[in-house]
Design a protein around this ligand. Structure first.
Ligand code: ZN
Length: 86
């Protein structure tokens, strides 16, 4: 069980999007080694207007502008595979 950085509730890994600040490769989704943050797949959280700020704080980093395009694409995959069991 992991904590969503937006709603602060705990969920199973399958219901969370994992974002990792990899030591070598930078920000990665679903993989990488390093500090990680989790966002649950409830719409209120991944569309939270403050989510990018919260993510940067959680990962102790500042994102490249490019990251936000990648983030939007990842959000699309969540929409295609919605949360289970909530
Ligand atoms: Zn959440």
């Amino acid at each position: 069980m992991r904590l969503c950085i937006s709603c602060r509730k705990t969920y199973d890994r399958e219901n969370l999007l994992k974002i990792t600040k990899d030591h070598k490769q930078g920000i990665m989704f679903h993989k990488g080694m390093g500090r990680s943050a989790y966002i649950c797949k409830s719409k209120n959280c991944y569309t939270d207007s403050k989510i990018k700020k919260k993510l940067q704080k959680a990962l102790k980093t500042v994102f490249d502008p490019d990251f936000f395009d990648i983030y939007e694409k990842e959000m699309q995959t969540i929409i295609n595979y919605p949360i289970k069991g909530i």
